[in-house]
Design a protein around this ligand. Structure first.
Ligand code: AMP
Ligand code: MG
Length: 473
């Protein structure tokens, strides 16, 4: 085997309470769909032949040094607490320290049942695997912290879902870690304070070495999550399943189940078929992340000697979060209209634009991209109120240098549009991966105009509009 992974498996060393040893379960006929060469190089992983990669990334062959485990975690799902979730269809092969000195997890997702599978089959079908591959790589290219995709393999085995028999697949996911809010909740719920202490020390060492106390850790995670959610809002991204087990302590976007990008800006947009009350609607994301951080705070309390004062301190940290998100939102949306240092007076300018966009039902991504460009017609041009708005904006821009370039770097020309993602999956199911490859290629340069990919900038035609997305299960 020519494939080499410089594994160093610190999570496995934490011992039995944190994970269960679990090898990936064999598949019938693994075939490599895609591998991310640039990411492999960054990780210091040397790749092999397509056949070897299909075996390894399909879960049939364990590379040297791998110590496959399923991680234990708990989590609030749609507000209800499940004390035991865990990797039900994923195994962590191990960790590598990458060429930048960062420790990264290498995980197979869809690799078969584990002790945490409950009634699930431990598998993934091709659709969610291709979606996560494309969307996570697109998010990365847009500069949004995210888990990455290293490889996708089809298994040759059917997976049975509501739609019937579907082709099975395995995704190799790379993450700064798979530590979640739910990982702390797992031990807090069991009042296992020694394990919680170990987890705290581990998290601190791995992600927040400057944190001196659990309060410091909480505030640091809150800062990263505030930045992350503001970036989601700026990209029109709706995660769709912001359960506490899907909130990574690293601040990376994780779990691309029913995610989607809004076509038209509307604050209450929901796509996920299981999000009946809009808990995870576009605009609610900024509130739900605060709720999730409150759950994280609760799970940290048992670490504290003086719990009374810890509760006071942690509550203050959580209460400070909405203002942090607001500030990040202003920075993100300020840049989208060309402002380097937006101030509170600019909030109304941005809000008014969003309202105009909502009323006119214009495409969110394209409107921002076209704004102020002589060569591209702004979708809002000629709509009621736009002229007056534009005059205010132009007046504001007179004190901004370089606004044009700033806007081009803040407003993607290309996002993984829902209808294109669905189309790409439908082709993949038929064995045609050309749309998948094309999306990956174009979306790797989201801020660059690509004249031969203009079709990928088009909003959906009425019959192409995606109204509902489904969990990756
Ligand atoms: P998710 O909605 O993907 O965040 O998953 C929530 C929980 O359900 C996690 O514990 C998953 O590992 C588990 N899970 C999701 N899909 C499956 C499946 N097909 N088989 C077993 N467990 C699953
Ligand atoms: Mg999950």
């Amino acid at each position: 085997m020519s494939m080499l992974f410089p594994f160093d498996n610190s999570y496995a060393r934490l011992g039995a309470g944190f994970s269960a040893g679990q090898a990936p379960v064999q598949v019938s006929a693994p075939r490599l769909i895609a591998v991310n060469d640039a990411l492999a190089a960054e990780l210091g992983v040397s790749l092999g032949s397509d056949d070897e990669m299909a075996q390894v990334f399909g879960g049939n062959a364990l590379p040297g040094g791998a110590q496959p485990i399923a991680q234990a975690y708990a989590g609030h799902q749609f507000g209800g607490f499940s004390p035991q979730l865990g990797d039900g269809r994923a195994v962590l092969l191990g960790e590598v320290v990458d060429t930048n000195g960062q420790r990264r997890d290498i995980q197979l997702k869809g690799s078969g049942p584990t002790p945490f599978s409950r009634n699930g089959d431990g598998r993934a079908w091709l659709g969610p695997v291709l979606r996560e591959y494309v969307v996570s790589e697109a998010m990365h290219a847009m500069g949004i912290p995210t888990t990455r995709a290293l490889a996708a393999v089809s298994t040759g085995d059917p997976v049975y879902r509501q739609q019937g028999a579907l082709p099975g697949a395995v995704l190799t996911r790379i993450a700064a870690s798979h530590l979640r809010v739910g990982t702390f909740q797992f031990f807090a719920a069991r009042q296992n304070v020694p394990a919680l202490r170990e987890l705290y020390a581990y998290t601190r060492a791995r992600h927040y070495p400057q944190a001196q106390t659990p309060g410091d850790l909480l505030r640091a995670v809150i800062r990263r999550q505030a930045t992350l959610v503001a970036q989601w809002l700026g990209a029109g991204f709706i995660h769709g399943v912001m359960n506490t087990d899907n909130t990574a302590l690293s601040g990376e976007t994780i779990d691309y189940g029913p995610c989607a990008f809004l076509d038209i800006w509307h604050p209450q947009t929901v796509y996920s078929s299981i999000d009946r009350n809009g808990r995870y609607a576009y605009d609610n994301q900024a509130r739900i992340i605060v709720w999730n951080m409150a759950q994280f705070a609760s799970a940290l309390v048992p670490l504290m000697e003086d719990q009374e004062s810890a509760i006071t301190e942690f509550t203050e940290a959580v209460h400070a979060m909405p203002a942090l998100i607001d500030a990040e939102w202003l920075r993100v949306f300020g840049a989208k209209i060309g402002l380097a240092a937006p101030d509170e007076n600019d909030r109304a300018l941005i809000d008014d634009l969003l309202r105009l966009m909502q009323v006119a039902e214009v495409d969110f991504t394209n409107t921002f991209r076209a704004l102020g460009r002589p060569d591209a017609p702004a979708a809002l041009m000629g709509t009621a109120g736009f002229d007056a708005w534009e005059a205010r904006w132009q007046a504001r821009l007179t004190s901004e240098d370089g606004w044009r370039a700033r806007m081009d770097d803040a407003n993607p020309a290309f996002i993984p549009r829902n209808h294109r993602v669905e189309e790409m999956i439908a082709a993949g199911v038929e064995g045609d991966f050309a749309p998948f490859r094309r999306l990956l290629d174009v979306l790797s340069r989201p801020y660059v105009d690509q004249p031969d990919a203009v079709d990928l900038t088009l909003p959906p035609a009425p019959h192409e509009v995606v109204r509902e997305t489904f969990c990756g299960t």
